[in-house]
Write a protein that binds this ligand. Structure first.
Ligand SMILES: Nc1ncnc2c1ncn2[C@@H]1O[C@H](COP(=O)(O)OP(=O)(O)O)[C@@H](O)[C@H]1O
Ligand SMILES: [Mg+2]
Length: 238
């Protein structure tokens, strides 16, 4: 397993947000975590990327404890998060935003052009807008930029926090196509989503997170067809 989480607990002061989660992500997989607002999805991703420290439990990456190393060292090790709400730099151009994705690997200047080409191939819209300010992009374009920036660090494990949130249907479909394409390039993906139908459809395996606990797990298809999951997360006509 590339990522192995065991009995993880994470709190904000007295508030217990993650209450003993265990999950695995195998190399090359897309693993999806679905859950309602407030279930703890963002908290889990922030703990993996090192923004939050767990109260207890272990997070092993490539067989070694991830919690022993600092957030920037995790990026160098290949763990990279495209944050919820996108977190791009509004006053920087598209190109500058993408180049920021390389901050963890200053040695990698030589690979810059190659990596930019890879990002432009996935997101032709970004190429058309290289000198546009990040803050003037549409929501869907900002999401593309956030994912593109994460890819610039050449991640092995890409953490995506609700990449479809707030996007128009056309962009939602595109984002999920791109997620499949990124997987094809050999990147392992942990995808967190409220859009359960689309997220389970691309998932090799999936977990349902309910207020800090995992309530169900299975293949993407199993959960997609599970009556309880359908009732709780797929809504009408999904
Ligand atoms: N900075 C914070 N301080 C206190 N509580 C927080 C903070 N961030 C999140 N929480 C709480 O932790 C729980 C999980 O939140 P979060 O991980 O953001 O859920 P999700 O991403 O699934 O919507 C929620 O009850 C939320 O109110
Ligand atoms: Mg969240």
């Amino acid at each position: 397993m590339l990522l192995e989480i065991n009995d993880l607990h994470v709190s904000y002061g007295k508030i217990k947000a993650i209450k003993g989660i265990s999950l695995q992500v195998g190399a090359g997989e897309i693993v999806t975590l679905v859950g309602a607002n407030g279930a703890g999805k963002t908290t889990l991703l922030k703990t993996i990327s090192g923004i939050l420290a767990p109260v207890s439990g272990t997070i092993n990456y490539d067989g070694k404890p991830l919690t022993d190393i600092k957030p920037f060292e995790r990026v160098i090790a290949g763990v990279c998060q495209a944050p919820e709400g996108r977190g791009i730099f509004p006053g920087m151009t598209v190109l500058e935003n993408l180049e920021m994705g390389k901050f963890s690997r200053p040695d990698a200047k030589a690979e810059n052009e190659q990596d930019l080409e890879m990002v432009y191939e996935l997101f032709p819209r970004l190429k058309e807008r290289i000198s546009q300010m990040g803050g003037t992009l549409s929501g869907g374009e900002q999401q593309m930029l956030a994912i593109g920036r994460a890819l610039m660090s050449r991640p092995r494990l890409l953490l995506l926090d609700e990449p479809s949130m707030g996007l128009a249907p056309m962009f939602i479909a595109q984002i999920f196509e791109i997620i499949k394409e990124i997987k094809k390039q050999g990147v392992t993906i942990l995808l967190v989503e409220q859009n359960a139908a689309k997220a389970l459809a691309v998932a090799d395996r999936a977990y349902v997170l309910e207020t800090g606990n995992i309530s169900m797990e299975g293949t993407g298809a199993q959960l997609l067809n599970d009556p309880a999951v359908r009732a709780a997360y797929l809504g009408h006509g999904a």
